[in-house]
Write a protein that binds this ligand. Structure first.
Ligand code: UTP
Length: 415
């Protein structure tokens, strides 16, 4: 360990991060080893580059933004059955798997635990995980298959998530046979001076690298390989916090297969032109999602000849990918976005600091930044009341909260 330590000291000196070893001598041997291993895996060049980006002014967007074509699931006419039959065949042949992204911190909800374990207040008191699993089992029964379920956790919530599933006997699924857990990547958090933070445990304060980390972690953790072994060709990737998510949709699959695209996404039409959601678009001719803050009022309100919003298709994190697309996306780095957050840390005197306002940068990749990789992509508009009931905020916010999700869920299932 000693030789190791000297090399690490030199590395830290080079990147002006020597404070990371301030409390090293106070750690037990296991923690010492863990800290050194953490330091060895950090890409300090990347961190110093990311710190520089926090200082740069946001550039005005000079990209060419144009509308993205979409299909409306309920205006397909005869084609509905046609696509549905194609999708049904593929599902029956066991070609579909579901991935649930459950690595987020759920800060807005303010619940102390993995969001998937949250009870939205139904009479059954089922957790989000169980509601999602119910739907998977129901659909699997319909097509005579068990849809393999892959769950992405973060290092922060992996243990609690696994314990929850164990306690609930994996809701009838079988671990490592048809339900698989994998941990997403993470990056250190830094302060406004570019210094990497040390957390309460004496180790580097890491944070999950955003839902865009999904591709790389599916590849790196061997999940893509597993999918191939299971004969899977299509993967639905969705969030854990949408209790109406429909992960098994033969029409979406039929569209993807028939149109020979490698990614097919669901959208719901914006509730109003200024709803604060990201919408599908083409950026410099490539598929993308544009944030509400990036488009002008004029663009937000623009309509086509049928009176539909030109930029009205909201991205709801309901996307179907071919396994091959995931593999490709997982080998290309995505840009990181900066989030300014509150983070407890140990200061240079060894004291715990609990900030009451944001003090640290967290870096996140967004899943839709990989869409530009795709030559062609299909967007299928679905009905909000059938497929989108997210749990993002606490009830006092009044939108996208447990209360609204519960009401939408009850209405859809007529319970
Ligand atoms: P959100 O962007 O809504 O984040 O994630 P969040 O963590 O749930 O909530 P806030 O922003 O802290 O309040 C959308 C989906 O992506 C997953 C989340 O678990 C959720 O299902 N996600 C997000 C990850 O799996 N990992 C991440 O690093 C970020």
């Amino acid at each position: 360990m000693e030789q190791n330590l000297e090399e690490i000291k030199a590395l830290l000196k080079k990147y002006n991060q020597e404070h990371l070893l301030n409390s090293y001598d106070l750690l037990d041997n296991n923690k010492k080893r863990e800290l050194l291993n953490q330091i060895k895996t950090i890409d300090f060049e990347l961190i110093s580059h990311l710190y520089d980006t926090t200082k740069q002014k946001k550039q005005n967007c000079s990209d060419e933004i144009t509308p993205m074509e979409y299909l409306d699931k309920y205006k397909l006419g005869d084609k509905y059955k046609y696509y549905e039959n194609i999708g049904k065949e593929a599902i029956k042949e066991g070609k579909l798997a579901a991935v649930t992204m459950a690595g987020g911190q759920g800060t807005r909800l303010g619940y102390n635990g993995p969001k998937g374990t949250y009870d939205i207040g139904l009479d059954s008191h089922k957790s989000l995980f169980e509601l999602l699993c119910d739907e998977l089992k129901e659909q699997g029964k319909k097509y005579g298959v068990t849809i393999p379920w892959f769950i992405m956790t973060s290092r922060e919530n992996n243990k609690q998530t696994l314990e929850f599933f164990e306690k609930n006997k994996f809701f009838g699924y079988q671990k490592d046979k048809n339900i698989f857990f994998f941990i997403q990547g993470e990056l250190p958090m830094i302060d406004t001076e570019g210094k990497i933070l040390i957390g309460e445990d004496g180790l580097i304060k890491m944070a999950a690298d955003g839902h865009g980390g999904i591709y790389e972690s599916l590849v790196k953790t061997g999940m893509v390989e597993k999918m191939k072994q299971l004969g899977i060709e299509w993967v639905f990737i969705g969030g854990v916090d949408n209790c109406l998510v429909k992960m098994v949709d033969p029409v979406l699959m039929g569209v993807a297969i028939d149109k020979s695209v490698t990614v097919a996404c669901k959208s719901v039409v914006k509730a109003n032109p200024h709803e604060k959601v990201g919408v599908f678009c083409k950026r410099n001719g490539r598929p993308n999602v544009i944030e509400y803050s990036e488009i002008t009022d004029e663009m937000a309100e623009a309509k086509d000849k049928d009176g539909e919003l030109l930029y009205g298709e909201s991205h709801i994190l309901c996307n179907l990918f071919s396994v091959e697309a995931i593999e490709r996306m997982g080998s290309e780095p995505l840009p990181y976005h900066i989030a300014y957050k509150k983070a407890k840390y140990i200061d240079k005197n060894g004291d715990l600091v609990v900030p009451d306002s944001p003090n640290a940068y967290k870096f996140e990749a967004f899943l839709f930044d990989a869409f530009g990789e795709v030559d062609d992509m299909a967007v299928l508009r679905v009905k909000r009341e059938e497929e989108f009931a997210p749990v993002k905020n606490a009830d006092d916010v009044g939108v996208d909260c447990p209360k609204t999700a519960r009401e939408l869920y009850k209405k859809f299932y007529n319970i």
